[in-house]
Design a protein around this ligand. Structure first.
Ligand code: IMP
Ligand code: MG
Length: 176
């Protein structure tokens, strides 16, 4: 099967929304330092673009989880592939995700992180597919709510490809 990509959210739209989110976050964290926890690899582009536009002091750390499953669905079994370098205790932690789908990855992750006693713990996602939710997660900042379609670009992959696209595209498959 060969995949085709159609633009869903242009680079301009995504960047404009990220600027709005950064403004909101800068207001909400006024007088504090926000500790961004980037969930590799999908959130890398979003985290960088967001961080560049936040005006309060920012620190960053990175973590990688993998959910066993095929390329387009998560199984709900989450494995910690790379842990954070630093403790979260007493930090104002903002988790940065690329997309929330079933919510399984995030509900595991948020519980894991809250056990580390941060001063506060919030969640920011570029994309949200609310129709697909299986596990409830409280999202504090959302870039875009999107319909139940498989998307790539801006960090998101299909079989590790297309992360570098500067826009969000929908993947469709056709017989060769
Ligand atoms: P969840 O555990 O089902 O919420 O899945 C979240 C993870 O699945 C995301 O961090 C992505 O890695 C992946 N994922 C879910 N939907 C998409 C999509 O449309 N495109 C690319 N990756 C996706
Ligand atoms: Mg991901």
């Amino acid at each position: 099967m060969k995949e085709q990509i159609h633009i869903m959210l242009s680079e301009e739209k995504v960047n404009a929304r990220i600027a709005e989110l950064a403004k909101q976050i800068s207001q909400d964290y006024a007088g504090r330092t926000v500790h961004l926890v980037c969930i590799l690899k999908g959130s890398v582009f979003f985290t960088c673009e967001l961080a560049k536009r936040i005006t309060v002091p920012v620190t960053m750390d990175f973590m990688s989880v993998s959910s066993y499953g095929d390329d387009t669905k998560s199984s709900g079994v989450v494995r910690l592939v790379k842990d954070l370098d630093e403790p979260l205790q007493d930090k104002d932690v903002l988790v940065i995700e690329d997309i929330i789908d079933s919510g399984r990855t995030l509900s595991y992750l948020l519980e894991n992180l809250s056990n580390r006693k941060p001063a506060s713990l919030r969640l920011c996602t570029l994309l949200d597919k609310p129709e697909r939710r299986v596990k409830e997660v409280k999202v504090d900042y959302t870039g875009f709510e999107i319909p139940d379609e498989f998307v790539v670009g801006y960090g998101l992959d299909y079989a590790q490809k297309y992360r570098n696209l500067p826009y969000i595209g929908v993947v469709t498959f056709e017989e060769e």
